[in-house]
Design a protein around this ligand. Structure first.
Ligand SMILES: *[C@@H]1O[C@H](CO)[C@@H](O)[C@H](O)[C@H]1NC(C)=O
Ligand SMILES: *[C@@H]1O[C@H](CO)[C@@H](O)[C@H](O)[C@H]1NC(C)=O
Ligand SMILES: *[C@@H]1O[C@H](CO)[C@@H](O)[C@H](O)[C@H]1NC(C)=O
Ligand SMILES: *[C@@H]1O[C@H](CO)[C@@H](O)[C@H](O)[C@H]1NC(C)=O
Ligand SMILES: *[C@@H]1O[C@H](CO)[C@@H](O)[C@H](O)[C@H]1NC(C)=O
Ligand SMILES: *[C@@H]1O[C@H](CO)[C@@H](O)[C@H](O)[C@H]1NC(C)=O
Ligand SMILES: *[C@@H]1O[C@H](CO)[C@@H](O)[C@H](O)[C@H]1NC(C)=O
Ligand SMILES: *[C@@H]1O[C@H](CO)[C@@H](O)[C@H](O)[C@H]1NC(C)=O
Ligand SMILES: *[C@@H]1O[C@H](CO)[C@@H](O)[C@H](O)[C@H]1NC(C)=O
Ligand SMILES: *[C@@H]1O[C@H](CO)[C@@H](O)[C@H](O)[C@H]1NC(C)=O
Ligand SMILES: *[C@@H]1O[C@H](CO)[C@@H](O)[C@H](O)[C@H]1NC(C)=O
Length: 864
């Protein structure tokens, strides 16, 4: 199957402020930022034939000689020969179709830049001590340590991240020597730049400017005695793909995955998560090739929980990777705020203070709300309450942090505690100005609790010091708010499983304090990679279906306040349990993930078969039951995106061929399951999910298993592709003035300077294909030429009800390809034209959506 690239003539994702529902002469804002770019004139190409075979090398030779024959200038930047029979080439975008049409070119992808959102961990002069890994109490790891000897010894885990401080005592202070824990590795991004500002790779994968990689490697495999990661004896390969710029190109990821494969890694953990990604992108495609060779790839779901459904990161979206989300557990390490009211002390989690202020050490200071004359606690106006010498409770919102701090300082406050104004993760408040007021953040629900308590008391005190304490979670066993939701765009259920990700205390480079707290699904993914390493140590040749089944299906799903389980799109199979995974005695093989993907039929019914083998030495009897999750919808009744997703207790109808089964040692059994959407109305746009649970019958021992199912209760064609909140789009405007042109207009463009037509649209549904064709204005159905074909566009971002949003922009330069000679690009002669955009979701074949632009008049032939 051929896959085409992402862009040809510059389809960009724009970050912009678009007023809701504004029509008429409002300029379309200029694009000024994006998190995801394709790199012009740079492509990853895959040739026909397998890597390392003679057919493969003759395909690449043919390709290059055809390029030469056609006079297409190119440079080879990298050759790929291990997993991908391909190369990273420089060739001008305008030759895209010509290159793609060469017979031995199998796939052609634009190279993309991915970024890490996590900001670097600041340098520290003081080292924090190692502490036991608290989350191990909730994931079965403590039980594994107490009662087994599995530690991951002999299993090789490749970490693609910001590098590692291998001089840290938890990693043995060595690299690439015999018996060294960090046995393999390479720095693909380097620490130095050459004259062209291109980083120069080197052999040393030291984590020299971030700290992220050292933190996650500690979770996976750190070991200094007191602090022990999940698989403390695993062998590590450290592939540094994120350097000081925080950016990485597809070409580098591909090279690193190939190297990890060549070094014999059993497991690869990847540190990039591009929201809303498609599995068809170049790097995802290479990762799938690694998986097909038997490597386990673990990726984080991403920290985009606030974006609602379908926000899972690539490459975790791949059906074959293990996508990991974060689940809250009962206790965590944290900086704490202790508040004493009427003799009772309440301890809540808080952020660290801002780095510029003096170290915190405040004991039993008065604790007061920072109220202004109007009774508000935002501290945007002068504080009139008496807060002299007090720790002052204020709320986030309505003005900048500097204003708030200045008002607290003017009123004589000692320190500020700022509570969040929404349910999201609180960040450390930081100041632009040199303000020395110590300030910490707390979560909204804790702030509201204190507001209530302070209303009934005049004598509250608070204590906060620099110490890290243990605090209780008030939302234990719920998916973390920041953890990205699935399913993947092609309806494959994701995330796969959850692990603790909040306030994880793990290793940091020695220059950054040796140990510290970091949160995110980045912390949950290595936890699961460690569990896979433990399971692999028990049998390194075990089939991947057995390993994956043991790891994923012995996890524990948790329930929503409705009494039903959380959606599979949020919690996968639930919180990982390493002990259960290691001791699972039934291997389940399920035929359903593929069937589940791409299903989008009204009144659908699809079968799952659970096949199982009794791997124990005794007879087993299991009872099966259906445990539905709450159904969710990504759209409101107005069919606009709903964040957070709406919930509904209507469930699918699930039937099983058996509710109880007996297996003798070494024998197999099966259970046929049928799923129908039942009473779900198409218009409710629900995604249903749930589990088939298998419990040992009374009197029998064994693990509990949960097998997930998920499906759409509606046809995706009932959701419009364009976001109805932005009703001026799609539209066309002049790049000169950015004012939407009326549908019936006829505009002459000179195609010089900045005078080009630009088409803008905002997707609320990911699309698999966007085709752009040119037609004569008088006969708009007769296609004259094609412009480009973009594939795999994600929906536009930030559906948060505010005016911040992203949209796509396409600037047309008047060029096109002849329909009959698709490799020849030409400038259209003087005449009137329209552009026809065709959008297809994954489910649509013929039922595509089209948008036709107003008339574009080309006044005279402009040379290309
Ligand atoms: C885009 O521009 C707006 C307004 O100038 C600014 O507030 C915003 O931070 C910019 N975004 C990026 C990503 O640069
Ligand atoms: C890639 O391989 C080609 C031969 O197929 C060779 O000519 C070229 O020098 C190689 N380029 C790099 C960057 O290794
Ligand atoms: C493991 O052993 C330690 C020390 O004996 C004990 O405190 C802890 O509770 C045990 N944990 C589990 C999960 O069995
Ligand atoms: C590791 O050491 C071996 C020889 O001991 C050497 O061949 C190899 O290049 C080294 N690898 C790295 C990444 O330094
Ligand atoms: C693993 O690590 C432990 C200490 O954490 C050590 O005692 C043991 O010898 C190591 N090796 C193996 C193969 O388990
Ligand atoms: C399991 O590994 C085989 C190759 O050994 C591969 O073809 C298959 O895709 C893998 N399956 C999964 C689910 O990873
Ligand atoms: C594992 O992968 C996740 C994302 O996929 C990343 O955030 C985390 O840093 C990685 N961990 C390691 C140890 O590389
Ligand atoms: C390990 O896995 C292989 C492949 O699934 C299987 O043939 C073998 O019996 C297993 N070994 C043990 C000790 O379980
Ligand atoms: C059980 O199923 C496995 C996998 O299909 C097969 O290899 C094995 O022969 C079966 N065992 C029996 C006893 O039927
Ligand atoms: C299986 O689930 C039951 C009921 O939730 C629970 O009591 C039991 O401890 C679980 N068994 C295992 C091995 O986790
Ligand atoms: C558009 O305007 C140009 C210039 O005024 C005119 O020559 C052309 O015929 C018009 N085209 C259509 C389709 O009306």
């Amino acid at each position: 199957m051929r896959a085409t690239g992402l862009t040809l003539l510059g389809l960009v994702v724009a970050l912009a402020q678009v007023p809701h529902g504004t029509l008429g002469r409002t300029p379309i804002p200029v694009s000024n930022g994006t998190s995801l770019f394709t790199i012009p004139d740079n492509y990853v190409i895959e040739f026909t034939g397998a890597p390392g075979t003679s057919a493969g090398s003759s395909a690449s030779r043919d390709f290059y000689s055809t390029m030469a024959t056609q006079n297409i200038p190119f440079t080879i930047r990298k050759n790929y020969t291990r997993l991908l029979n391909g190369a990273y080439i420089g060739v001008q975008d305008k030759y895209y179709d010509a290159v793609y049409n060469i017979g031995t070119a199998l796939s052609l992808w634009s190279s993309r830049t991915s970024s890490v959102n996590d900001s670097p961990i600041p340098p520290a002069t003081k080292a924090l001590p190692p502490r036991p890994f608290l989350a191990h109490e909730y994931t079965g790891i403590n039980k594994v340590r107490n009662s087994t000897s599995w530690t991951g010894a002999g299993v090789k885990v490749g970490i693609l991240d910001t590098g590692l401080d291998y001089t840290h005592p938890a990693f043995g202070n060595c690299f690439n020597t015999t018996n060294c824990r960090v046995r393999y590795g390479y720095d693909f991004v380097g620490d130095a730049y050459n004259g062209n500002n291109i980083p120069v790779p080197d052999r040393d994968p030291m984590d020299s400017c971030n700290g992220h990689g050292t933190h996650v490697a500690g979770i996976l495999a750190g070991n200094d005695g007191v602090f022990q990661g999940v698989a403390p004896n695993a062998t590590l390969g450290i592939y540094r793909i994120l350097g000081c710029s925080g950016l990485v190109e597809s070409s580098v990821i591909i090279e690193a995955v190939e190297t990890a494969y060549n070094d014999g890694m059993h497991i690869i953990n990847l540190s990039i998560a591009n929201v809303g990604g498609w599995n068809q992108w170049a790097e995802s495609s290479v990762i799938d090739k690694a998986i097909a060779k038997g490597i386990y790839v673990v990726g984080s779901a991403g920290n985009n929980g606030a974006e609602g459904l379908w926000a899972l990161g690539a490459p975790a979206v791949s059906p074959n990777t293990i996508a990991v989300g974060s689940m809250e557990v009962p206790r965590m390490y944290s900086w704490a705020l202790d508040v004493t009211v009427s003799g009772q002390t309440y301890r809540v989690r808080r952020t660290d203070q801002q780095p510029t202020s003096i170290p915190l050490d405040i004991t039993n200071a008065p604790f007061r709300r920072g109220l202004d004359a109007a009774g508000n606690d935002y501290a945007c106006q002068p504080i009139t309450a008496n807060v002299k010498g007090a720790i002052v409770l204020i709320q986030r919102g309505f003005c900048d942090f500097d204003t708030k701090a200045t008002n607290v300082i003017k009123a004589g406050g000692l320190a500020a505690v700022m509570y969040n104004s929404d349910g999201s993760e609180m960040q450390t408040p930081e100041y632009y100005a040199a303000l020395t007021l110590p300030t910490v953040g707390i979560w909204q629900r804790d702030g509201q609790k204190f507001v209530t308590l302070l209303a009934g008391s005049q004598s509250a005190t608070a204590t906060m010091t620099q110490a890290i304490d243990i605090v209780d979670s008030d939302v234990p066993y719920t998916p973390s708010a920041y953890s990205s939701w699935g399913p993947n765009i092609e309806a494959v259920h994701k995330p796969d499983v959850m692990a603790p990700g909040t306030n994880i205390y793990s290793t940091l480079p020695k220059s950054r304090g040796s140990y510290g707290l970091v949160s995110g699904t980045s912390m949950a993914a290595p936890y699961v990679a460690g569990v896979v390493a433990l399971v692999l140590q028990t049998n390194i040749t075990a089939s991947n279906l057995t390993v994956l089944s043991n790891v994923l299906h012995t996890a524990t799903p948790y329930k929503h306040s409705s009494g039903m389980y959380y959606s599979l799109a949020q919690q996968g199979t639930g919180l990982i349990n390493a002990y259960n995974a290691l001791t699972a005695n039934i291997a389940f093989r399920i035929r359903y993930k593929l069937i589940c993907g791409y299903t989008d039929v009204t009144n659908m019914a699809y079968p799952i078969t659970l096949f199982y083998t009794n791997r124990a030495t005794t007879n087993l009897v299991y009872n099966f039951q259906v445990a539905p999750s709450i159904s969710v919808s990504g759209f409101g009744v107005d069919k606009r995106p709903a964040n957070p997703p709406l919930t509904d207790t209507t469930t699918a109808v699930v039937t099983m061929s058996t509710t109880s089964s007996f297996t003798a040692p070494g024998t197999n059994g099966s259970n046929d399951i049928t799923i129908k959407r039942g009473k779900m109305a198409d218009s409710s746009l629900l995604i249903y999910s749930g589990y088939i649970q298998a419990y040992p019958a009374p009197g029998y021992s064994g693990q509990n298993y949960s097998f997930p199912y998920l499906g759409y209760g509606y046809s995706s064609s009932s959701v419009t592709i364009f976001d109805p909140s932005y009703d001026m789009m799609p539209c066309m405007f002049r790049s000169l003035d950015r004012i939407p042109l009326p549908a019936k207009s006829n505009t002459t463009f000179t195609f010089t300077g900045n005078d080009y037509p630009v088409v803008a649209f905002r997707l609320q549904h990911p699309v698999r294909q966007i085709q752009i064709k040119v037609a004569y204005a008088e006969t708009p159905t007769a296609i004259h030429s094609s412009v480009t074909q973009n594939q795999y566009a994600y929906r536009s971002r930030n559906f948060d009800g505010t005016s911040q949003g992203q949209f796509f922009e396409f600037k047309w330069d008047g060029m096109g390809y002849y329909q009959k000679s698709p490799s020849t690009i030409f400038m259209h002669p003087s005449r009137s034209y329209v552009l026809i955009f065709t959008f297809r979701t994954v489910y649509m074949s013929s039922k595509a959506i089209t948008y036709t632009t107003p008339v574009i008049h080309i006044p005279k032939t402009i040379k290309s």
